[in-house]
Design a protein around this ligand. Structure first.
Ligand code: S3P
Length: 433
């Protein structure tokens, strides 16, 4: 799909961004493993989460999609999944693939997990290495640990072995994969994290009645459990989706918008801290603080920004927002340096290269480094034609670029926004004043 985007004179209004992608996936997974029916309100009905739903349906879990983005997962308990009769397809979703590799390792049946072309080229060894240490058996192709992978559950005798594993990189997908496998281990497992990454799995396992403990030094211990209990959950708005509109309102002239009920879990809210330190006018009006997944309404106004340095422990707390933050940095006074972000290279695209290439074609002064980018601003952006390929986050970043560039911008591959934000372009138009 090819779209033309015109500059915005002013953005006004209030929107509710869709439910959090990471939490939606986990809601289906823990719902399926629980006894009883889990109700997930404000579920993200986007392609990635639909892939997770389809996979669980193929393993015998009945899932009803109701009106208003409510999903009912009729769980069958920790040992209730059944052997799929066809391939399990994670589509474009790295989270689905990596979390499912952990879960499927603990089942006593065989399964084959695959994905689309982009996902088949993303590394799975980050999860297969610790999972093999737990006794998981995988058959891979000649390329090594890339999808499609056969998980040989039926050849394993008994439970998986517990593990004590230090994550080489702070990755929520890797720790979550090990946590899910640990539910099928013969004893308690320990995961040591170099830096805190998003903690939705830990929160959700605890909420569903699992036995998980997180120490002050970010060490996670998972004890065996026999049963999880169905829950009624309202999923917060996705801060990673809100990031596009936050940035649009900061950069477009005379703008003021409200984003309602956005999740502000501290492991995800790095973008708010960075933007505020750059001079952004963002008011965080807190709503429901009683839950472990707190939400807030965000009031965002046009702002003059200054360059900054983004590095270290901050990176996992805003990893998916770095392409859109890079766009904001092109409009900030001074130099912005993003470092310690090598992980960007193994996302839906190599996001250091793809972000730099897209922003360069708008006329930005941006340079790729081995672990991030250097951006000098402010530079005027000019409408361009971009082909972001199958990376939803760079598609949406380019669209916001088009809003603040002079002239019109052509975006090819615009349909890929559906991976995480099905109504993205119509919501964007609603904010034009
Ligand atoms: C995710 C974790 C992040 C993030 C991805 C979603 C998750 O990846 O980039 O979009 O839901 O666990 P890593 O933490 O593995 O870098």
């Amino acid at each position: 799909m090819i779209l033309e985007i015109f500059p915005a004179k002013e953005l006004r209004g209030s929107i509710q961004v869709p439910g959090d992608k990471s939490i939606s996936h986990r809601g289906v997974i823990f719902g399926a493993l629980s006894n009883g029916t889990t109700r997930l309100k404000n579920f993200l009905m986007a392609n990635d989460c639909k892939s997770t739903i389809e996979i669980f349906r193929k393993m015998g879990i009945s899932i009803d999609i109701q009106k208003n983005n409510t999903v009912l997962v009729h769980g069958k308990g920790l040992k209730g999944l059944s052997e799929p009769t066809s391939l399990l397809d994670a589509g474009n979703s790295g989270t689905t693939a990596r979390l499912l590799l952990g879960l499927l390792s603990g089942q006593n049946f065989d399964s084959i997990l695959t994905g689309d072309e982009s996902l088949r080229n993303r590394p799975m060894d980050r999860v297969s290495i610790p999972l093999r240490q737990m006794g998981a058996l995988f058959d891979t192709g000649i390329k090594g640990d890339f999808l499609p992978i056969t998980i040989k559950g039926s050849n394993r005798s008994g439970c998986l072995k517990p593990i004590d594993y230090t994550l080489p990189v702070a990755s929520a997908q890797v720790k979550s994969s090990i946590i899910l496998a640990s539910l099928y281990a013969s004893g308690s497992s320990t995961i040591r994290q170099p830096t805190l990454s998003r903690d939705h799995t830990e929160i959700m396992l605890d909420t569903f009645g699992g036995n998980i403990h997180v120490d002050d030094d970010n060490t996670i211990t998972i004890h065996p459990t026999t049963q999880l209990y169905a829950q009624d959950l309202t999923i917060p708005g996705d801060i990673s989706s809100a990031a596009y509109f936050i940035t649009a309102a900061l950069l477009a002239p005379k703008s003021q918008i409200v984003l309602e009920n956005v999740g502000i879990n501290p492991t995800r809210s790095g973008i708010l801290e960075v933007y505020q330190s750059m001079g952004a006018k963002i008011d965080i009006v807190k709503n429901n603080q009683a839950t472990k997944e707190p939400t807030a309404d965000l009031v965002v106004r046009s702002s003059s920004l200054n360059g900054t340095i983004i590095e270290g422990d901050l990176i996992p707390r805003l990893i998916d927002e770095l392409p859109i933050i890079a766009l904001a940095a092109t409009q900030a006074q001074g130099t912005t340096i993003i470092r310690d972000a090598e992980e960007l290279k193994v996302k839906e695209s190599n996001r250091i290269d793809s972000t730099v290439n897209i922003l360069k074609s708008f006329g930005a002064d941006i340079q790729a480094t081995s672990d991030g980018m250097i951006i000098r601003g402010p530079t005027p952006l000019f409408g361009t034609s971009v082909k972001p390929g199958s990376d939803h986050r760079t598609v949406m970043m380019a669209a916001i670029g088009g809003l603040i560039a002079k002239g019109s911008t052509i975006i090819e591959d615009a349909q890929w926004a559906d991976i995480s934000y099905p109504n993205f372009f119509s919501e964007l138009e609603k904010l034009r004043y």
